[in-house]
Design a protein around this ligand. Structure first.
Ligand SMILES: [Cu+2]
Length: 133
C-alpha cells in the first residue's frame, strides 16, 4: 500500500512538489480509510428489521469487496451461527445480506470481508427485531 512511483520523465522540481503533496495527503488520511474494508453505513440504522418477514440488509464499505471470499453469518440467541446469502449491491463496496424471517429478539450479523486489496476485516453488527410501534 501507499506505493508512490513517480514517472521518471517528470522534472526534478515538479516531482518533489508532487511527492510532497502525496506525503501530505497520506499523512492526513487514516491508514484504514485507504485499505481495509470498513463499514461506513448500514441500512440497519435507518430501516428496522420487521418481525416474521425475510429482509435484506445493505452494508456500505469504504472499499471494493471480494464477495466470493467473504462470509456473513446471522448470529441468534445462544451464539447460533447461520451462514446467509450475500450479493453485490448496486455500487462497488455495497453488500446485500439476505436475512430469513426472524422472531422478535436480539441478533447480530458477523462478517468476514475481503477488501479488494486482499485484507480481511471481521466485525459484528448487533440489531434488535421488534414489532412496529
Ligand atoms: Cu488493507
Amino acid at each position: 500500500m501507499n506505493s508512490m512511483r513517480l514517472p521518471m520523465i517528470m522534472t526534478r522540481a515538479f516531482s518533489s512538489a508532487a511527492l510532497c503533496a502525496v506525503l501530505t495527503l497520506a499523512a492526513a488520511l487514516p491508514e484504514q480509510a485507504q485499505a481495509h474494508a470498513v463499514v461506513t453505513e448500514s441500512s440497519l440504522r435507518t430501516t428496522p428489521i420487521p418481525v416474521g418477514k425475510a429482509t435484506e440488509v445493505i452494508l456500505y464499505f469504504n472499499s471494493g469487496i471480494e464477495l466470493a471470499l467473504s462470509r456473513v453469518y446471522l448470529v441468534s440467541a445462544g451464539d447460533v451461527y447461520q451462514p446467509v446469502e450475500i450479493n453485490n449491491g448496486k455500487k462497488p463496496g455495497e453488500m446485500l445480506i439476505h436475512l430469513p424471517a426472524l422472531a422478535e429478539g436480539d441478533y447480530a450479523i458477523k462478517y468476514k470481508v475481503f477488501a479488494a486489496d486482499g485484507h480481511l476485516t471481521e466485525d459484528v453488527l448487533r440489531f434488535h427485531v421488534a414489532p412496529k410501534r
